[in-house]
Design a protein around this ligand. Structure first.
Ligand SMILES: Cc1ncc(COP(=O)(O)O)c(C=O)c1O
Length: 339
């Protein structure tokens, strides 16, 4: 028995740190600072443990129907995964041949590159390359927060010969999204993917979904594990998706804090990219290296994200938390820069 050569060579994806202490200010993995809907709490509390003797619904019928209604489409155009990360991995399995490649924006969600390496195919950075067979277009993009107009995405996707996936992990925080492109009757090649990890405050539950043409969605069902979304996750996710009002209210709070925090950083000399997500990507004032500010904040128990490298290494990605958390961070910066 041996490890495959491409796995030996593989550089694994590094997730953001999950410190054990609850006393830290955690602004490093774009989690939501507000709790999930109380309807989710009720489902958890009332969940009949006896249901766990049985396997869960392999095709998550109730959840799929609710998502379809929300997206304005039919359940046969909806797929649900154990987080959108699982869906990405299934897409690499279903839509890419061994001698093909996967493309994405650059910089973007760094897992895409790792997924290509796991699948043992090439990864190609932007601009969109027609020789790739799967293009992952993150909108709003991460870690930049930048938003691309759905019209632009539609125009590019129309010319692209492969499958375009618009990864809309952060779309609820943005002014618009591409769902109408995914549900359009004539759509043959575009999939929109969402997650419950950010706007619905359910990163720990592990539920993501995608909507697209029937044949592509069918392909994902073919390659998935039999029971990829557990029974508790299906029940809690259903309650979350039904409570749009709760999610929207939390999103509004995050967006309001984002606006205020962006101004507060700009006043302190930071260069902040315009963000439509629940984080900002910001360059410290002249003379301060992002890596040093990252370390300093960590020493103050404030976790943000630093991505080394030529495209990202001069900035920090800072998740939008509560107003109180952002104030703690700004106070810490003031201590450092005014000292
Ligand atoms: C762009 C993007 N896509 C997908 C994900 C993964 O989300 P999930 O928690 O649903 O696996 C993330 C998580 O940070 C992300 O930033």
């Amino acid at each position: 028995m041996r490890t495959a050569a491409h796995v030996l060579r593989l550089e694994p994806y590094t997730p953001g740190e999950q410190p054990a202490s609850k006393r830290v200010v955690k602004l490093n993995t774009n989690e939501n600072p507000y709790p999930p809907s109380p309807k989710c709490a009720k489902v958890m509390k009332d969940f009949d443990l006896d249901r766990l003797r049985r396997y869960p619904d392999p095709v998550f019928g109730a959840l799929r129907a609710e998502i379809a209604a929300l997206a304005g489409t039919t359940p046969d155009r909806v797929f649900v995964g154990n987080g959108s990360d699982e869906i990405l991995s299934l897409m690499a399995r279903a839509f890419v041949e061994d001698d093909e490649s996967i493309g994405s924006l650059d910089p973007s969600y760094s897992l895409y590159k790792t997924l290509a390496a796991i699948r043992n195919v090439k990864w190609v950075g932007a601009p969109i390359d027609s020789n790739t067979s799967l293009f992952l277009w993150t909108n709003p993009n991460a870690p930049t927060g930048e938003f691309a107009d759905p019209k632009q995405i539609a125009a590019v996707a129309r010319r692209y010969p492969g499958v375009t996936v618009v990864d809309e992990a952060y779309a609820d925080f943005a002014r618009d999204n591409c769902m109408a492109l995914a549900t359009a009757p004539g759509n043959r090649s575009l999939i929109v993917m969402r997650t419950l990890s950010k706007s619905y405050s359910l990163a720990g539950l592990r539920v993501g979904y995608c909507v697209g043409p029937k044949d592509l969605i069918e392909a994902l069902y073919k390659v998935k594990d039999s029971y990829n979304v557990d029974a508790v996750a299906q029940a809690v996710a259903l309650a979350a998706v039904k409570d749009q009002r709760w999610m929207r209210a939390n999103v509004r709070k995050v967006v309001k804090t984002r606006t205020a925090f962006t101004k507060a950083l700009a006043r302190r000399g930071w260069d902040v990219l315009p963000s439509e997500a629940n984080f900002v990507f910001a360059r410290p004032p002249q003379g301060a290296a992002a890596a040093d500010v990252f370390k300093y904040l960590k020493s103050r128990q404030i976790f943000v994200r630093y991505f080394p490298g030529p495209l990202t290494g001069d900035r920090l990605r800072i998740t939008i938390g509560t107003d109180g958390e952002m104030k703690t961070l700004l106070d810490a910066l003031d201590d450092r820069f005014k000292a």
